[in-house]
Design a protein around this ligand. Sequence first.
Ligand code: FES
Length: 444
Amino acid sequence: MNDAAFGAATSGPDHPRVGGSGSVPAMFRRPRALRDPVTFTLDGETISAERGEPIALALLGDDKTILARSPKLHRPRGPSCLRGGCDGCLARVDGVPNVMTCQKPAQGGEVVVSQNVIGSRKADLMRVTDWFFAQGIDHHHLMAGIPGLSDVMQTFARKVAGLGRLPSEVLAVKPARRIEFDVAVVGAGLAGIVIASRAAAAGFTVVLVDDGITIGGSLLAAPTHLAETLAAYPMDGVEIHTTSVAAGYFFGDLLVAAPAGAIVVRARATVFTTGAHDGVLAVPNNDLPGIFSARALARVLHAGIMPDGPVAIVGDGFWADEVVSALAEHASLRFAAADVIAAHGTAGVKTLEVRDGKTTRKADVGAVALALRGAPTFELAEQAGATTRFDPAGGYAVVTGEGGRLGETTWAAGECTGTPFNPWVIRAEAETVAESLLSALSPR
Ligand code: FES
């Protein structure tokens, strides 16, 4: 995508309007029928979902774009990453607070309740704090020292700044266990799948850990690539732990918080393929519901859920192309990140304010897809002893040696090393790391 093409609009037959009044509401709909429907409730309203899909995705398909409220200022929040990396989808599910509903599969019967609101998700009375304190609020010093008012203010501040209420029931203590493998791979995206598959095919015992509902990582937003990858790199012989968070690495032990309890993994080789956080746009109102990372919006679109208005794609690269392809005939606009001045809307994004030559204009949008450079998820590898380097374009990244090596028993590959997402590049890099790993472990 060259700069000359940015700002060009394509208009599908059902969404011909672009640019101007700001009257297009941010709405989503899922025109196609569900294959295996289940139902759950959101604040008492029945919602239909595809069995096993993330609850947040089902809510978007039912046009529930505001799922949460930010602490303190109570700004509306909606899903923006669909990978457990933001706070846009937090809700109380079956009595448990602060559940990331993008990481919780809909099985049917769940009771989902919006939290952190006085009133409703859409009309939270505490939203006034954002208007009263447009420059931000320092609740530590607000009315501090004023007799009487100080205590009232502190009580109030605790209520508005908290997030969720305690669980309805005391959760049972779950047992911890230890397991031993030849290879532990953290992150079940493209790089993790390639390396785990290669190691298992070579006869090593392999465990693959991921916090997502299923394996696939970013490729869940590019289903054709995911299918091709799993066909080329089958998971036979790999022990897979999904919905499991690799929470720490201590002296060769990997601590995993799994649904059934903690698991301590001791492996001869540990590979970090932890991916990257989605890039964000530093402009006013960049947190409005309806603004997604391009990879998150690609996943929404591939689930058959369409915004009721043009999609503004900001930036370029693989995920921008994937959004374009998933949109098919639906209207889209392209902008360079440097040209975006602000987002506007109240309950969700309605317009993008952009530079247009020497003037500015507002473009009506139904959703925004940010195809920007991600920030490598380096933290776990760093805890395992990796060094990092700072790249102004993408943040800190893991520094690897030859063959992706970090140390005697550790390796890293993929986006966490600073490689921008491109399936062909990541796959080739993962193959190199797999070769290095296998030669280090062999002969058995
Ligand atoms: S954490 Fe669920 S959408 Fe970002």
